[in-house]
Design a binder for this molecule. Structure first.
Ligand code: ZN
Ligand code: ZN
Length: 261
C-alpha cells in the first residue's frame, strides 16, 4: 500500500485484503476485514490475530462502517465540545498513521528480503557460471589432446600404409624375379634331360613341348624359398607388424608350392 493510497489492508497474517464496506478495528490499533474479524472475534476471550493482545474491554473491538452515510457523519460528533471532537479525530488520525507506518515497514522488509534473495541467486548463478566455465575449459583441453592423439594415429597410419605399399612393391618385384628364374630353370633342366634321353632328331620337338608345359624344379625352389624367407624375416622384424597383421602372400604361396613337392 503506498502512502497516497487511502485504503487500509487487513492485518490478518497473509490476508492483506483491501478493506471496504465494514472493517473490524481493535484497541491495539489493528484492523481486519469483515471475514477475518467476524471469525476471530466471535471466540471468547478475544485476542488480536496480529499482535496477540487480549481484547476484553467493551470497546476494544469495534465493527465500523468505512464509508458512513451523510446522516451518520452529521450526527456522530454533534453536541461534543471542540476539544473532545479534536481528541477523537486526533486518535483516529493516529490510528491511520500507525497503519501507514506499519505498511511502510512491511514494504521495506519485503524489499530487503527480495534484495537478499536476489543477491543469493546472483551468487548461485555466478558459481554455476564459474563451474560451467571450468567444465568448458576442461572439455576444450580434452578435445585438444584427443585431436593430438588422432593426429598421431593418422601419422602412424600413413607411415604403416607407406610401409605396406613398399612391401607390396618388393613382393611384386621378387615374384617377377622368382617367376622368371623358375621358367629359366625349367627350360634349362628339361632341356638337359631331353638332350640326355632323346635321339638327336627329336631334340628340337622336345624342347618346344617342354617350353609349352613347364614342370617343377626342386633345386630352384629351395633357392627361391630361402631367398623368400630371408626377405620376409627381415621385413617382419619391423614394428609395423604389431599395427597391421600383415601375412605375406608370397610366403604362403611358396609354402603351398613346396608342400606339393
Ligand atoms: Zn482479512
Ligand atoms: Zn493488535
Amino acid at each position: 500500500m503506498s502512502l497516497c493510497d487511502d485504503t487500509l489492508l487487513c492485518n490478518f497474517p497473509k490476508c492483506r485484503t483491501k478493506l471496504n464496506g465494514f472493517a473490524w478495528v481493535t484497541a491495539c490499533s489493528h484492523v481486519f476485514c469483515d471475514q477475518h474479524g467476524s471469525g476471530e472475534f466471535s471466540r471468547s476471550p478475544a485476542t488480536c490475530p496480529a499482535c496477540s493482545s487480549a481484547l476484553s474491554g467493551k470497546l476494544d473491538i469495534v465493527r465500523t462502517e468505512l464509508s458512513p452515510s451523510e446522516e451518520y457523519k452529521a450526527m456522530v460528533l454533534a453536541g461534543l465540545r471542540p476539544d473532545i471532537i479534536l481528541d477523537i479525530t486526533a486518535r483516529a488520525l493516529s490510528f491511520w498513521s500507525y497503519q501507514i507506518h506499519q505498511e511502510h515497514m512491511y514494504q521495506e522488509y519485503s524489499l530487503t528480503r527480495a534484495e537478499a534473495q536476489l543477491k543469493q541467486m546472483e551468487k548461485v548463478l555466478t558459481q554455476q557460471n564459474q563451474c560451467r566455465e571450468l567444465e568448458l575449459t576442461a572439455m576444450r583441453g580434452e578435445i585438444t589432446s584427443l585431436k593430438k592423439v588422432m593426429e598421431d594415429y593418422k601419422r602412424k597410419y600413413s607411415e604403416v600404409s607407406e610401409r605396406l605399399m613398399e612391401r607390396n612393391r618388393q613382393y611384386q618385384k621378387l615374384q617377377g624375379l622368382y617367376d622368371s628364374l623358375r621358367l629359366r630353370n625349367m627350360v634349362v633342366g628339361a632341356g638337359e634331360r631331353e638332350v640326355m634321353s632323346l635321339p638327336a632328331h627329336l631334340e628340337f620337338n622336345a624342347r618346344g613341348a617342354l617350353q609349352a608345359t613347364p614342370q617343377r624344379s626342386p633345386q630352384f625352389f629351395s633357392v627361391g624359398h630361402d631367398g623368400d624367407s630371408r626377405f620376409f624375416s627381415c621385413l617382419e622384424a619391423d614394428g609395423a607388424k604389431s599395427f597391421f597383421q600383415f601375412s605375406s602372400p608370397a610366403k604362403e604361396s611358396g609354402a603351398r608350392f613346396i608342400k606339393k613337392q
